[in-house]
Design a protein around this ligand. Structure first.
Ligand code: SF4
Ligand code: SF4
Length: 456
């Protein structure tokens, strides 16, 4: 084990963790709902096209959407059911998009139970070739489950122009409230380790570092114990990093674990590194060993306004309202439902919004949460205190970018590295003038993407 607690990234903030609501809640499968909605956009890259038609019967695990593009990932049915419609649906990030509506008979679709006990210290990744691993990952529709949603196959595919030597596993889960990764690290340790070894084999990485924040000693212990019993040929070590937000950011984790900097605007393979989230590794193990596509995931449902907070194993495509109902519904104190955590999540107005592959949490904030002085006060003029610059983990000047976006000067925003922002929200969090800097920056990125599409 390596303690790198002092070697963290520059900048960042320390929001209240609020993990106590769910950190001791074991993963619990939920019953299959009657209706599921599968958006055809659940990843970065080309959207899928539907492979099914209205009234068609589909089987559990059957592909229902696919694209021929390299940067894409197929989408599979989480149930045995019937296609009711292919129509627009709410999407947590892009507003509305085309989706496949499925109807399922709950009695014919018992809850899927995770089976981490099928993995142990005897697992041998050598029984699969790198090509077999890459193909299984692609066919299973795996994407980064930490939130980014980049197709996993594209990430680990060997690239002779940028050979990878180190695989970093992201077990930080720095976003407040969320504990789904923490629980799978405790409950699915062997499965994650199997996925890690398969990914390292496919990507050609000889060195693996599992980065875990120092506020999760139980997770560190679980991996240490597993590694001591496993006869791994690979160089795998746990690196304990400082608890700080956004420590789980890909570039920030590389900085903390390896002390290396990914060039601004660059990608980790440029320095020979590949980063995968722990949940993605667990999914890799299922996909490669049991040919199971990504149809379910663990979601933390949390906050003071939830009757039964916990970590739930849910079918992708289940609606927010169905999951909230399963958790006992909302109490009257509920004021805001956020997909994700309070720092990087998206507040939603439509509770029929379905959960996607990248959604790891539903955080319900109360009136007290959203009327805390930090949020309640009116925005005022910038007082040039420089706090936003001091906390920006990417070393950007958030106030200058936001100012350029506000005046639709996208050329100038880009001169200040708009695209390099990781949308962590640290700048907005510390701003004493309550300027929604990260909001302006996100809007700027959206405007830029629309402009590119229009020209393009
Ligand atoms: S500018 Fe972007 S990366 Fe920097 S603190 Fe703000 S949101 Fe985070
Ligand atoms: S933190 Fe807010 S007030 Fe301070 S410089 Fe940045 S934008 Fe201005």
């Amino acid at each position: 084990m390596i303690f790198a607690a002092k070697k963290t990234f520059k900048g960042g903030v320390h929001p209240l963790e609020n993990k106590h609501y769910t950190e001791s809640c074991p993963i619990e499968p939920v019953p299959t709902p009657r209706q599921l909605v599968l958006p055809l956009v659940q990843h970065i890259g080309a959207p899928c096209k539907p492979l099914v038609q209205k009234k068609q019967t589909v089987a559990l695990g059957e592909p229902i959407g696919r694209s021929d593009a390299y940067v894409s990932a197929p989408i599979h049915s989480p149930v045995n059911g019937v296609v009711k419609d292919i129509a627009l649906a709410s999407h947590p990030v892009i507003g509305r998009t085309t989706a496949v509506y499925l109807e399922a008979v709950p009695e014919e679709n018992p809850p899927r139970i995770p089976q981490p006990q099928r993995f142990d210290e005897h697992f041998d990744p050598g029984t699969f070739t790198p090509e077999q691993i890459c193909t299984a990952i692609q066919e299973a529709g795996l994407v980064g489950m930490g939130g980014a949603g980049f197709p996993t196959r594209v990430k680990i595919d060997p690239n002779p122009a940028m050979p990878k030597h180190t695989l970093i596993i992201n077990g930080c889960e720095c976003e407040p409230y969320i504990t789904c990764d923490y629980r799978i690290m405790l409950e699915w340790t062997w499965q994650i380790l199997a996925g890690i070894r398969l990914a390292a084999r496919a990507a050609g990485c000889q060195t693996v570092r599992i980065g875990i924040e120092d506020n999760k000693p139980e997770a560190v212990k679980a991996f240490e114990q597993a590694l001591s019993r496993c006869r791994c040929e690979e160089d795998i070590q746990v690196v304990v990093v400082k608890t700080k937000y956004p420590q789980g950011g890909e570039r920030q984790l590389i900085r903390a674990v390896l002390g290396k900097q990914v060039p601004t605007g660059g990608i980790p393979p440029q320095i020979g590194v590949c980063v995968l989230n722990v949940a993605t590794c667990a999914a890799i193990a299922e996909a490669v060993v049991f040919q199971k596509p990504l149809t379910h995931r663990v979601v933390t449902v949390t906050g003071r306004a939830i009757a039964r907070p916990g970590n739930y194993y849910v079918p992708i495509g289940m609606s927010v309202q169905d999951l909230l109902a399963h958790c006992g519904g909302l109490t009257e104190r509920a004021a805001k439902v956020v997909l994700g955590g309070p720092m990087m999540g998206f507040a939603i107005a439509d509770l029929t919004t379905p959960l996607t592959k990248t959604c790891g949490a539903l955080t319900v904030l109360t009136r007290e949460d959203v009327t805390e002085p930090k949020y309640a006060r009116q925005q005022t003029a910038c007082i040039r205190c420089g706090r936003c610059l001091a906390v920006c983990p990417e070393g950007l000047n958030p106030t200058k970018i936001a100012h350029a976006v506000k005046h639709f000067r996208m050329d100038r925003a880009e001169q200040y590295y708009l695209s390099a922002c990781i949308e962590c929200g640290s700048c907005s969090y510390v701003c004493p003038a309550h300027i929604e800097l990260a909001g302006y920056i996100k809007t700027g990125k959206l405007l830029k993407a629309r402009e590119k599409k229009r020209l393009g």
